[in-house]
Design a protein around this ligand. Structure first.
Ligand SMILES: Cc1cc2nc3c(=O)[nH]c(=O)nc-3n(C[C@H](O)[C@H](O)[C@H](O)COP(=O)(O)OP(=O)(O)OC[C@H]3O[C@@H](n4cnc5c(N)ncnc54)[C@H](O)[C@@H]3O)c2cc1C
Length: 482
């Protein structure tokens, strides 16, 4: 008889572990508290407008970026129904006096920036060198000669990689004297991530990866769900795992062992349990006795997350002339939900099936930053709805100032805050991936519990900085370890 595996959560990590555990011959049941697959990687529909609250770019969308691409294909995430778009420029950056572009090709990108800010020529040339050096290491080696070549070059490049790993993006950007160039590069990703993340992301673009699967988060998650079901797994929605049941150690020679989970007040036995929900939330809520493992204490102490307030608008107008991703540099910084913003991150969805009614456009505006305490206080004070309303009014006013064509055309608005991600996905303090700090060990959570036999971990917290590729790969690793 096959051994039983219970998986907690049907996000990308949960679906990935389910697929690989089933492929290895286990009997697999997934419990998901929500009513659909995908977890954070999801979208929602308001009055016919679809708002994608997950993927903007996917590491491993190209076959050149292994092993992630293989995971996406094997788990059915990428299929004929979600071909990859490689928007170029990745985004357009508008200021009062100039328009810059995040071109995929690093020569084109740095040449445009040098034309704009010749005073930063030296720093931009070294950015180019750093990106090309890292981009060479991102694709899987193409053969023995390639592998040997990389090993030979490593001693020369290692000091650069260590420098980037030990430096925050914010510190790295101090080498640029032009404030617009700094702001432009600051809007690639969170400046608190280490510089390796920035250079790696630019390297990913330049090697032809980091595309967008059409249909976005939801189609990717639905594809994975179908693959998992066809493989013979069971997914039970609207069912929250309340506890992980652990049999205590009986003697010094036998470790404690997982026996199953509690759902709806009933015990469900299992030989293995893979926890794919936010590990911090799991540590806080799923165990009667805290896990006595050093990483668990460290994780709770040190975890830092990426957060956002995601403002969505349904526009009764086809804005297909706008770039699909736009950064609008504000004339004056503004304060919203206790954070200061100098650039709006705008995503346009139109012209593709299913995103917006005909001749209409879905827009999302991402406001990065940890506003969890702001929204939590508002909720405790009974002010959450009012503050959300005020936030949306101010954000819409601001956007209209820069995109006057949306005036009078807004059919629907919506705001997801960190409390939304906490409530619907169980994200710890509403964070949706980690921040990989300069010099921080990226291996945050071991796949296999050291103190409880049969217990495994996967998901965004397991390897810094998290995000979709880490989720899919950690699911594979957890299943392999069974
Ligand atoms: C706006 C936004 C944009 C993003 N853009 C990108 C991007 O461009 N590229 C990228 O790589 N990443 C991106 N991310 C991050 C990425 O979406 C997440 O890191 C990833 O989806 C996390 O997947 P996961 O499976 O590890 O966790 P989750 O998605 O959190 O899955 C956990 C699942 O467990 C369920 N659950 C929780 N508690 C329980 C319980 N007790 N019992 C049963 N079920 C439970 C939850 O409902 C959820 O479905 C973005 C995130 C956001 C919010």
């Amino acid at each position: 008889m096959s051994k039983k595996v219970i998986i907690v959560g049907a996000g990308v990590a949960g679906l990935s572990s389910a697929f690989y555990a089933r492929r290895a011959g286990f009997e697999v049941t997934v419990y998901e508290q929500g009513n659909s697959p995908g977890g954070v990687s999801t979208s929602w529909v308001r009055q016919g407008f679809t708002f994608d609250g997950g993927i903007h770019w996917l590491v491993g969308s190209s076959p050149r970026f292994q092993p992630f691409h293989q995971r996406w294909v094997e788990t059915g995430a990428l299929q004929a129904n979600n071909p990859i778009e490689y928007a170029d420029p990745v985004f357009e950056f508008r200021t009062a006096n100039a328009t810059l572009h995040l071109w995929r090709n690093i020569d084109r990108l740095t040449n445009e920036l040098i034309d704009f800010a010749p005073e930063d020529r030296k720093a931009l040339r070294s950015l180019r060198r750093h990106v090309l050096a890292l981009a060479d290491y991102l694709p899987a080696p193409s053969g023995l000669a390639d592998r040997a070549g990389r090993i030979l070059c490593l001693p020369v490049l290692l000091p650069l990689f260590i420098y980037l790993y030990r430096t925050t993006t914010r510190q790295y950007l101090e080498r640029f004297s032009n404030p617009i160039v700094r702001e432009f590069l600051s809007s690639v990703l969170n400046v608190e991530q280490n510089a390796l993340s920035l250079i790696g992301t630019l390297g990913g673009y330049s090697m032809g990866d980091n595309g967008y699967p059409v249909g976005g988060s939801r189609r990717l998650a639905d594809n994975m769900e179908q693959t998992v079901l066809q493989a013979g797994c069971r997914i039970v929605y609207r069912t929250k795992v309340e506890k992980i049941c652990v049999e205590p150690e009986r003697s010094r020679l036998s470790r404690s062992r997982v026996t199953g989970v509690m759902v709806g007040g009933a015990f469900q036995p299992a030989d293995f349990v893979i926890v794919t929900i936010d590990t911090c939330t799991a540590l806080q809520t799923l165990f009667d006795n805290p896990l006595q493992e050093s990483w668990a204490r460290k994780l709770m102490r040190r975890t830092e997350s990426e957060h956002c307030s995601l403002f969505s608008l349904g526009i009764k107008k086809d804005l297909d002339y706008l770039p699909s991703t736009l950064r609008i540099h504000l004339r004056e910084p503004v304060e919203l939900a206790g954070q200061t913003y100098s650039t709006l991150w705008v995503y346009r969805y139109s012209g593709r099936d299913g995103y917006a009614p005909e001749d209409c456009t879905s827009l999302t505006v991402l406001f990065p930053g940890d506003t969890y305490d702001y929204w939590k206080t508002a909720r405790n004070d009974g002010q959450y709805r009012n503050r959300k309303k005020a936030f949306m009014e101010e954000a819409q006013r601001l956007l209209t100032e820069y995109l006057p064509e949306i005036e009078g055309q807004v059919a629907v608005t919506d705001l997801a805050t960190p409390l939304t991600y906490e409530r619907y996905c169980g994200c710890y303090r509403g964070g949706y991936m980690g921040i990989w700090r300069a010099g921080q060990n990226p291996f945050a959570v071991p796949v296999k519990s050291k103190s409880v036999q049969g217990l495994r971990f996967a998901g965004m917290r397991t390897l810094m900085p998290g995000g979709l590729p880490i989720s899919v790969q950690s699911g594979y690793k957890a299943a392999k370890s069974l």
